[in-house]
Write a protein of this length. Structure first.
Lengths: 506, 151
């Protein structure tokens, strides 16, 4: 019952008119961010973070969280109408979303994806409500060894996800760790890698790097791929007549798909480093394997669209659990959210729910409202996003560059940080081009100082012995879970590849 | 030399310098006998160099059988990078609003050729909106520049 009183208190915080306005703005911006190809939630969050500086902390974080989960809704519109995923987590939605649109069922596909996103997102928030207090209690027993291992677990999972280029993922993460060591060492007060520069004493700031890598780097890469040269003539047309709404059989056929996708997505989302992309691909594979008509998948099966949509939204909710209860971001997007929390003086972790209940429960309650708002926006404001898709990339991109530049400058009014963002953008472009992982770099930049502090504390406690990691039940459990993930993920990837090969051969 | 190898060599060189500083300037143990500021950087530096060398070895092993094919849009990406550099450079000179307008006008003239009226409209309306949002509504910092706006 305590959960309900906490949630009620959170609702009373979230439901103020100004917070609702911020929530709606965040949801709309999230959808816009999702719709623009090559411009994911990480970039959107990093760029818009400075915009929230003049706002009330709870309203600001509610808005940023809405951008984060709103991007999952928006990314699918382009998957269905353009066969171009707005971001990586909606790649699986193109498999059946676009064929549905080509068959003249764009309207039902858009409505079903909105409904599936809503179900996935809401189930995710219900599970956060029930499980976050439990996770907080467990995490209160965690010490430096467990925190170090959790940080490593997130990094390793993210690196293994990269697949055959995993070595470059490790290099990306190590570069992030190396950048994280710049500045004053908090334990001894000694400067590291500052080379006499006063600007570097405080360390390399996370926001310019994130905006550069995800904003500019992705944009340069989109130009390299020729996105600016493509017209908007391939957008599938749809009309808002009676054929716009799904039929009863669409709902009946996919009701269990929504349940499976939501639960699977949430579990995958909770694992640090896994995230919405892998959740959506796994949900698609699972749905095809349990389907009575697997031959329809890839040719316009509604379940093939609903499964990844429920999963990616549930996963984005699930990823909030390690962020809120452990203070460990599992993805680049949640790393930006963590940076936002820290900027507002809020320290996510096991004590957040006890020390800042208005904030923690206000944020959770806002996610219920945000999902409802997104459902309505998604169905009734589709023409707005279709209009946005029609704006040629060559016109949209210079505007994005301007926002990246001004957004970076507004963080601390430093032109040096703008240059840092610019060079991070060039580095991000080459990283994308050569198969490195900007997400691993950003995550390591955030987790690096935490991991270093935890490791040094651990080895001080154990007087230099690494045996401490297997002597404590908590850390031993984390090692076991990490090993299981490291074995399971390549296996799942291999099975997926084999199934794809079979499908192509058949 | 393939571009990826060149990129790896740059990272290897930088990580070599990082590791050198970790060993030369940063102590492994602090005065109190605890792990010092050099412990983590040494670990990271060595791992970084090892993985770069491994990556290079794999690239050489993969050898010349795989030829990297550059996109035909190389020049456009390069142009956008140069234009962004120009924007950053002009911020301190022209100030935020004028730099934005100039950047948009030049970049749209090059990327969206022939649509003069549309380009001009975007170059005027967009910076104006950003100015209103950042400076007036959100009170966020905007570069003034040498030639600051009179308002």
């Amino acid at each position: 019952m305590e959960i309900f009183s906490d949630l009620w208190m959170g609702l009373s915080v979230a439901i103020s008119p100004i917070n609702l306005l911020y929530l709606l703005i965040g949801a709309m911006v999230g959808m816009v961010v999702g719709v623009i190809p090559g411009f994911g939630p990480s970039a959107g969050l990093a760029i818009l973070l400075p915009v929230t500086f003049g706002m009330d902390p709870i309203g600001a974080v509610m808005m940023l969280a809405a951008i984060y989960y709103g991007a999952m809704y928006g990314g699918t519109i382009t998957s269905i109408l353009l066969n171009t995923p707005g971001e990586s987590a909606t790649v699986a939605s193109t498999f059946d979303g676009f064929p549905l649109a080509q068959q003249g069922r764009a309207g039902p596909a858009l409505v079903m994806q909105a409904a599936a996103s809503f179900v996935g997102g809401t189930v995710g928030v219900i599970l956060i409500t029930l499980l976050a207090p439990l996770f907080s209690q467990v995490a209160r027993n965690f010490g430096p060894p467990e925190y170090f291992l959790l940080a490593m677990m997130g990094m390793l999972t993210l690196v293994v996800m990269i697949g055959s280029n995993w070595r470059y993922g490790v290099i990306s993460a190590l570069i992030g760790f190396a950048l994280g060591t710049v500045g004053v060492d908090l334990e001894t007060g000694q400067s590291r890698y500052t080379f006499g520069s006063a600007e570097l004493i405080g360390g390399i700031h996370f926001i310019p790097i994130a905006i550069g890598l995800f904003g500019l780097g992705e944009l340069y890469f989109a130009f390299y791929q020729g996105l600016h040269a493509r017209g908007s003539g391939t957008i599938v047309q749809y009309t808002k007549d009676q054929r716009f709404w799904p039929e009863a059989r669409d709902w009946i056929e996919t009701r269990m798909t929504m349940v499976r996708g939501s639960l699977l997505g949430f579990v995958v989302g909770v694992i640090p480093g896994a995230g919405a992309t892998i959740a959506s691909l796994m949900a698609y594979s699972v749905e095809r394997s349990v389907s009575k008509t697997p031959e329809k998948f890839g040719k316009g099966a509604m379940a093939g669209l609903v499964a990844p949509e429920t999963a990616n939204n549930a996963a984005s909710s699930g990823a909030m659990i390690p962020l809120l209860t452990l203070g460990i971001p599992g993805s680049a997007s949640t790393a930006v959210l963590l940076a936002a929390f820290l900027l507002w003086g809020l320290r996510p972790g096991p004590l957040l729910m006890a020390q800042n209940p208005e904030f923690a429960w206000g944020l959770i309650a806002s996610m219920y409202l945000g999902n409802m708002a997104l459902l309505a926006i998604n169905i009734f404001a589709i023409p707005v996003f279709v209009w946005l898709i029609r704006i040629p990339y060559r016109i949209l991109a210079p505007g994005v560059i301007v926002i990246c530049t001004l957004g970076t400058f507004s963080v601390s009014g430093s032109i040096i940080e703008v240059w840092l963002m610019f060079f991070a953008g060039i580095a991000g472009f080459f990283m994308r081009l050569f198969g490195f992982s900007p997400a691993a770099l950003v995550l390591a930049l955030v987790l690096g100082p935490l991991a270093e502090e935890a490791l040094r504390q651990t080895l001080t406690i154990s007087r230099g012995s690494f045996m401490i990691f297997i002597e404590r039940p908590g850390s031993l459990s984390i090692i076991a879970i990490t090993l299981a993930i490291l074995i399971l993920i390549p296996l799942i990837q291999r099975l997926g590849r084999r199934a794809a090969d079979k499908r192509e051969a058949g | 030399m393939p571009m990826r190898v060149a990129f790896l060599l740059v990272v290897l060189f930088a990580s070599g310098f990082y590791t050198y500083v970790a060993f030369a300037d940063l102590a492994f143990l602090s005065v109190s006998g605890r792990l010092g500021p050099g412990f983590f950087p040494r670990l990271i530096g060595i791992l970084l160099m090892a993985f770069c060398l491994w990556g290079l070895w794999s690239e050489f092993k993969r050898g010349r059988s795989e030829v990297e094919r550059a996109s035909s849009h190389w020049r456009t990406s390069g142009l956008v990078v140069v234009l962004t550099g120009g924007l950053v450079l002009s911020l301190n000179l022209l100030g935020g609003v004028l730099a934005m307008a100039a950047f948009l006008l030049v970049s749209l003239s090059l990327l969206n050729r022939g649509h003069h009226l549309q380009n001009l409209a975007v170059a005027v309306v967009f910076p104006g909106s950003i100015y209103l949002l950042f400076d007036r509504l959100l009170n966020a910092a905007m570069p003034d520049g040498v030639m600051a706006l009179p308002f």
